[in-house]
Write a protein that binds this ligand. Structure first.
Ligand SMILES: [Zn+2]
Length: 260
């Protein structure tokens, strides 16, 4: 009987191949799936609204202290370049109307899609991203993941790799909480150097969630030349598909100030 079953099995395999191909050629946006051919010009790593209060730190030096709460402007710009996390307003983008205004400029200049890799720890806001996408007509792909250990509460730090992976998979397949808004990329998973224990768990969990869903990973390595290479090995060890991994901010990791 096997020769009768063989064509059926082959047909099944072909069908599966087709489905996989269809899934891989679609992008999951906050307003639903979009054909990859329709994404247009795409920004792969942005933050539209974000609250980085968790990574804000008061300046240590007495003469810098007043800058922590100074308004953003030309006068503070050069100081901010060297102390980006020591001014509260510089680590927060809470103005949805401003994000809509800026994204409208992007659309009017020919932009089609933006990947917002804001994750848990820095105030990811699925409902806001959906509103921004509706108002601007720009496709927005949202991330699932965890920011640096310092940005996370104990509840996240205490999660196991499997629990983190399950959370990522749920957000990719069902959506975030009860919003029904689904993530379309894993990341940015953010690490320091050396990577903290929670950060290493999140990287391994990203690999597991990728194996289950086939979704790409966006990684933010710590500020050290070795950091991206270390994370490649962590991902490889956890079974990630390295052809679907994006390393962000590598300009500030692989090049030192001297050879920029
Ligand atoms: Zn980022």
């Amino acid at each position: 009987m096997w020769h009768y079953r063989l064509p059926a099995l082959r047909a099944g395999a072909i069908q599966l191949e087709k489905e996989e191909k269809t899934m891989k050629s679609m992008a999951q946006t906050v307003l639903g799936p979009v054909d990859g051919d329709l994404l247009g010009f795409t920004l792969p790593h942005e933050h539209l609204v974000l609250d980085g209060s968790s990574i804000f730190s008061e300046p240590a030096a007495a003469t810098d202290r007043y800058m922590a709460h100074a308004p953003l402007g030309w006068e503070s710009l050069s100081w901010l370049r060297y102390h980006p996390y020591e001014n509260l307003e510089n680590v927060r983008m809470l103005d949805e109307a401003e994000a809509i205004g800026e994204l409208t400029l992007f659309r009017n200049a020919g932009g089609g899609t933006l990947v917002d890799v804001t994750v848990r720890g820095i105030g990811r806001d699925p409902e806001s991203l959906a509103r921004i996408s509706r108002k601007t007509g720009v496709n927005i792909v949202m991330g699932t993941g965890l920011y640096t250990e310092a940005s996370l509460t104990a509840a996240y730090r205490n999660m196991s790799v499997d629990e983190m992976a399950a959370m990522f998979v749920e957000e990719l397949r069902q959506g975030v909480g009860s919003s029904g808004i689904r993530a379309g990329i894993i990341g940015e998973i953010a690490c320091n150097w050396p990577a903290a224990p929670t950060e290493l768990k999140a990287v391994q969990a990203a690999a597991l969630a990728q194996q289950e869903t086939g979704v790409s990973i966006s990684l933010h390595p710590g500020r050290n030349r070795q950091a991206p290479f270390h994370l490649v090995e962590v991902l490889r060890g956890a079974g990630a598909d390295l052809s679907r991994v994006i390393f962000c901010h590598t300009d500030a990791r692989l090049r030192t100030p001297e050879d920029r």
